[in-house]
Design a protein around this ligand. Structure first.
Ligand code: ADP
Ligand code: MG
Length: 260
């Protein structure tokens, strides 16, 4: 059984793409088969994996609003056994075109059915908005991972995201749940970061991952080399933090499987 995780937060710059790429690489490093889907028109997850965002063989947009076969969108990531699907340069146009289609919320979910079970994990990097692309990701997903920076306005955006998740659960995807909140670019020396982190733990309790991702320059540098941090600087604090996150996610998933 595969597990589909949408990495979502409508705020930009909170570490969604960094988390998607590095979590995918870390799950792959511990021998899980992984597919990463880039649902952000900016295409940063695609380039972060060393693929060309301008010229994917078949872009996901052709699946979402056309009749392309999702099998043709799969791309192998060099020197790994990971696969990726790139949104393509027309993903923004596709987002608008989706509005006029029947079953528009279900396009990704229905396409994904034929490939998801070829992978242990499918990670979806969402755009920084609660638009139809994000809705498609949330309808297709089993769980939502929410990266957030522990800063002043962080909690504010969270309630809109949680309301959207509730709406999608009621209307389209009853099993959707938050698998965890991830503190990113975390600096424990900052009083504000510690305060927000404390508040987050009070409100969301064990929904907050024990692993917090530190601010680490290697995580910011690696994408310019088209590599996840683990392949760019294996021993960097950033790469090790994402490995710890992957281990925590695997532990939680096997505990919930055992309980089911
Ligand atoms: P989002 O996808 O939510 O917009 P990104 O993952 O693109 O956010 O991150 C925003 C910026 O912050 C990028 O330049 C990225 O390289 C950098 N960044 C993300 N996480 C870290 C981190 N833990 N340490 C240092 N830089 C980071
Ligand atoms: Mg991004």
């Amino acid at each position: 059984m595969s597990r589909v995780i949408a990495v979502a937060n409508q705020k930009g710059g909170v570490g969604k793409t960094t988390t998607s790429v590095n979590l995918a690489a870390s799950l792959h490093a511990v021998k899980r088969s992984v597919l990463l889907i880039d649902m952000d028109p900016q295409g940063n997850a695609t380039t972060g994996l060393g693929l060309d965002k301008h010229n994917p063989p078949t872009p996901l947009s052709d699946v979402l609003v056309g009749d392309a076969n999702i099998q043709n969108t799969l791309q192998a990531i060099p020197d790994t056994r990971m696969s990726a699907i790139s949104g393509g340069p027309d993903l923004t146009i596709a987002e608008v075109q989706l509005m006029g289609l029947e079953e528009r919320e279900y396009r990704l979910e229905s396409a994904l059915r034929s490939v998801r079970n070829d992978f242990d994990y499918v990670i979806i990097d969402c755009p920084p908005s609660l638009n139809m692309l994000t809705v498609n990701a949330l309808v297709a997903a089993d769980a939502v991972l929410i990266p957030m920076q522990c800063e002043y306005y962080a909690m504010e955006g969270l309630s809109a995201l949680i309301r959207t998740i509730e709406t999608i659960r009621t209307a389209a995807n009853p099993d959707l749940h938050i698998c965890g909140l991830l503190r990113t670019m975390y600096d424990p020396r900052s009083n504000l970061a510690r305060d927000v982190s404390r508040e987050l733990l009070e409100v969301f309790k064990d929904k907050v991952y024990n692993t917090a991702i530190p601010r680490n320059v290697r995580l910011a540098e690696a994408p310019s080399h088209g590599l996840p941090a683990l392949m760019y600087d294996q021993k960097s604090r950033g790469a090790l933090a994402y490995l710890a996150l992957a281990a925590e996610i695997l532990r939680k998933d096997s505990a919930s499987k055992a309980a089911a």
